[in-house]
Write a protein that binds this ligand. Sequence first.
Ligand SMILES: C[S@@+](CC[C@H](N)C(=O)[O-])C[C@H]1O[C@@H](n2cnc3c(N)ncnc32)[C@H](O)[C@@H]1O
Length: 409
Amino acid sequence: MEVGDIYECVVDRLNHQGKGICVIDGRVVFVSDSLPGEHVKIKIDYVSRKFVTGIVIDRLSDSSSRVNVKCPYYSFCGGCDIMHLSYSFQHEFKFNKVNDIIRKFVHENIKINEVDFDEQFYYRNKATFHVKEGIGFYKDKTYDLIDIDKCLISSIEINNVLGILKKMNLNGVDQVIVRSSYYDKSVMVIFSVVGKVDEGYLIDSLKDIVSSIYIKKDKYRLIYGSEYIVDKIGDLKFVISPDSFFQVNTPMAYKLYSKVRDYAGNLDDSNVLDLYCGTGTIGLFVGGKAIVGVEINESAIHDANINKDLNNISNCKFICGDSGKVLKGLNKNFDVVIVDPPRSGLSPLSINEVISVGAKRVIYVSCDPVTLARDLNIFKEFYDIREISLFDLFPNTNHVESVCLLERR
Ligand SMILES: C[S@@+](CC[C@H](N)C(=O)[O-])C[C@H]1O[C@@H](n2cnc3c(N)ncnc32)[C@H](O)[C@@H]1O
């Protein structure tokens, strides 16, 4: 099989990234923009010993799960990858993905709940636009810019700002990050600069529609408006600084945090540990007799302390540092531990330290089912894996969030 070869085949199933899988001459070929059952003519565009990829040059039959994609940039933009699946099929795909990974790697009959979801479009409260000869996103796996007019998954407020950015002279700027609040619709703009910029011009161009403008060179510097914007999850308000983590889909974050609170049970008499706490959102949301949050990013800890005061919560303490190392030095008197690590999952030190806490319940929030499965295999020696609930925080992409309840045996 060589690059440029042309084949006709029928797509068998989807891989975990949402690409169609065809088997041709005993070789697995991954084909973008194809769905199970579709008869396609493909051209091979990459061959290695491990895998082969192909692109559809003619679709000879359509799956009933296919929809017309409204985004004109979809076929080359690196952002969304499953927008051609109907929204209900996106959820079936995400459920099957987690189910397959958990069955394959954890080998247990674990209850997995259907995917919970909300709006399919205009949900993202953060977008990173690159600036070159225009402004937009990079083509998939390249640094080639796609100049875009609109992004169907970014909030309306972000799109409004993009409309103005497109008319501006952005000399000296290489990236623009736009963050918006679902709650009060306020917007923060961060210009990442590589050359000289006219700050007065940037402010004058945007001040009517944004509430905060930063310049980022080595560090972040506020040049206009308020230090942060504020969003709300449930009854709580949270500040968002230029570089601290905040869930990109606010209404879905509410659903996910509510599930964590359900799994945690009544916390009136419980000491709660919120590991990888970001700006303290989950710990503050679920409550407890006393809450300790641990997070490596200093500016997130700074925001966590503001969030605590903003919501008049006093029984909460935030510690800045690596989760495993901090936990090793802590008095481990916790009834419930919540972990929400990045895609890489828990470090070996963190997982050992969490197990040594001996909490009655551990609630694991994961954005990557593969590292979740790896970590569950270690937990399962000491904990029963009760159930997993799934949340679609990233519609039109192959990503899915899992919340898993573990109970000490
Ligand atoms: C998926 S986010 C979760 C944040 C928070 N729970 C939320 O819902 O907004 C993961 C967080 O882990 C932090 N982090 C990454 N590595 C860490 C480490 N080794 N120790 C502590 N925190 C870490 C990141 O800075 C980030 O804020």
